[in-house]
Design a binder for this molecule. Structure first.
Ligand SMILES: NC(=O)c1ccc[n+]([C@@H]2O[C@H](COP(=O)([O-])OP(=O)(O)OC[C@H]3O[C@@H](n4cnc5c(N)ncnc54)[C@H](O)[C@@H]3O)[C@@H](O)[C@H]2O)c1
Length: 335
């Protein structure tokens, strides 16, 4: 149901990722006006208000009083459910950062509470990652034949913005709900699912190379897909320097595609051992695609590229990896 002419947005949580979202909104969502910047940390709310023209608010209720019709919720994971339910109850369209929540039960409560006449996007930006979309098209066009296997490699030192805040909630298992597989790992699991289909079972080992982080900072897993394809998924946060290995490698019956760390997509078809560069993307553009999609869903009634429930696949995949690390066996992703 399209009943508004402009997205009047409340930024809820003025932290690290909100900064990237505000940049993307300016670039890709011209019909979105930021009217409120909500954060219990008044200085953060004020900084975002000064930058965006919104009003600094201490609560979501204050943002509604400022005329917000939409909320972008970007807070620590253990607060997702409470704020999503509050936003739904206020009749807002909602963009909720990943993961939906930290437990399947909380996710089901959120999905059940989402009004059918409002847009609810679970913000998984990898759905809009240009390199990932190009690879999906290449696979559909038969560029590598049938997929034989794939490899996803997420290995970075902790980025300051995300790990050095006043409230380092990512270091807490209760606040984060898990470690790197559940957090940034979702951006590497979504592409695997877009290319290979649904993950049905996983086997994993975890470790703690990043000091002070209660959740795992290393997760090495194999994922078996409905199709029978098996892919590897590695998510590591390491304290030292790392090389610039490809982020993804997709091997098919007739060729291979690699997404390099700098966003270059290379296709190998046997003609040239160096492969052929077929595209150059940029991770940050994924947030622009996300906002363009969210805005069009609200104002034009267009379906989202992926519905919110689809995002349970990354969360359930990570939770199954955690079970597998305990049992040392393959674990089913879906109950
Ligand atoms: N899509 C991505 O690439 C990506 C990247 C990083 C983080 N995230 C997600 O974004 C969310 C936030 O992560 P972050 O790194 O920005 O965290 P952050 O700690 O930098 O920011 C969170 C902000 O929420 C505020 N906050 C706490 N309680 C609040 C409340 N009740 N109402 C409003 N604000 C409140 C905090 O004061 C803080 O400013 C998480 O869900 C995280 O997984 C997504």
């Amino acid at each position: 149901m399209v009943d508004i002419a402009e997205v009047r947005l409340a930024i809820v949580g003025c932290g690290a990722i909100a900064d990237w979202h505000v940049t993307a909104i300016a670039a890709a969502a011209p019909r979105t006006q930021i009217v409120a910047c909500v954060d219990p940390d008044a200085a953060r709310a004020a900084t975002f208000a000064a930058r965006t023209g919104g009003v600094a608010c201490a609560s979501l209720a204050d943002a509604v009083a400022q005329g917000a019709n939409t909320a972008a919720i970007m807070v620590p994971h253990h607060l997702h459910e409470q704020l999503a339910l509050e936003a739904f109850a206020a009749g807002l369209h909602v963009l909720l950062e990943k993961p939906m929540a930290t437990t399947p039960d909380a996710c089901e409560r959120i999905l059940a509470a989402a009004p059918t006449d409002r847009v609810f996007m679970l913000a998984e930006n990898a759905q809009y990652w240009p390199e990932v979309l190009l690879v999906r098209q290449l696979i559909a066009d038969g560029a590598i034949g049938e997929i034989v296997t794939a490899r996803a490699w997420h290995c970075f030192p902790p980025m300051g913005d995300f790990y050095e805040g006043a409230d380092p909630w990512r270091m807490s298992l209760i606040a984060a709900g898990g470690g790197i597989a559940l957090d940034a790992g979702s951006h590497w699991l979504r592409p695997l699912r877009m290319w290979c289909g649904e993950i049905i079972e996983v086997v994993a080992a975890t470790g703690h190379p990043f000091p002070g982080m209660q959740g795992e900072s290393m997760c090495r897993a194999l994922c078996r897909f409905e199709s029978g394809v098996v892919a590897s998924f590695d998510a590591l946060l390491v304290p030292g320097a790392v090389s610039n290995l490809p982020l993804f490698q997709i091997t098919g019956t007739t060729g291979e595609i690699v997404i390099e760390g700098i966003g270059r997509v290379r296709h190998f078809d046997g003609a040239d051992h160096r492969g052929t560069v077929v595209g150059q993307g940029n991770y940050l553009q994924s947030y622009e695609g996300e906002w363009a999609d969210f805005e069009a869903a609200i104002l034009d009634g267009r379906p989202l590229a992926a519905d919110a429930r689809f995002a349970l696949g990354e969360l359930y995949g990570a939770l199954a990896m955690y079970r597998s690390a305990e049992t040392r066996r393959w674990e089913r992703v879906w109950a």
